[in-house]
Design a protein around this ligand. Structure first.
Ligand SMILES: [Zn+2]
Length: 164
């Protein structure tokens, strides 16, 4: 599915695959700082390049990213430059965090506000959730600990006290 970028009410909504055909043109020069990424389904290496070109156009202050799907948050961990220059790292306001239910052997995404993440030294604490199938307590996937790198950049609003 080609990337769809819609701007309305000061918010940019992005959906689909960020790949070689991706264009962020509707957002460039729009002055929009709030972007809702929830509909993004994938990003590949070509998409990363297109995203970096887009990030190079951010001149008017800090961007705010809303409802970032795990595929995108994982890309931010691998390529922190996607969040823009370190001096004005984009804020990740909300994100989908993968949770595991050990009992059902399923994982499911939970949309969390960044204020629900607790930065504790070099660890992130995620709020307890309940498996929607069996009702057992479910924990954030161990992979989500990689998000500490984003906390170190200040992407969650407060910096983790950890050095890379
Ligand atoms: Zn379960």
């Amino acid at each position: 599915m080609a990337l769809r970028v819609v701007v309305g009410n000061g918010v940019g909504k992005v959906a689909g695959s960020i790949d070689e055909s991706a264009s962020f043109a509707p957002l460039v020069g729009s002055g929009v700082k709030d972007i809702d990424w929830q509909g993004v389904t994938s990003i590949n290496s070509y998409g990363v390049r297109a995203f970096l070109d887009f990030a190079a156009t951010w001149s008017q202050g800090q961007m705010r990213f809303h409802r970032c799907p795990a595929v995108l948050v994982d890309a931010f961990v691998l390529v922190p430059a996607l969040l823009g220059p370190e001096a004005s790292t984009a804020e990740i306001v909300s994100l989908e965090v993968p949770y595991d239910c050990v009992k059902c052997d399923v994982d499911f995404p939970v949309l969390l506000d960044r204020d629900e993440l607790e930065i504790q030294g070099a660890r992130l604490n995620f709020p307890a959730q309940t498996c929607s199938i069996c009702g057992s307590p479910a924990e954030a996937s161990e992979d989500a600990q990689n998000y500490i790198d984003l906390a170190s950049l200040g992407a969650f609003g407060r910096k983790a006290v950890t050095a890379r």
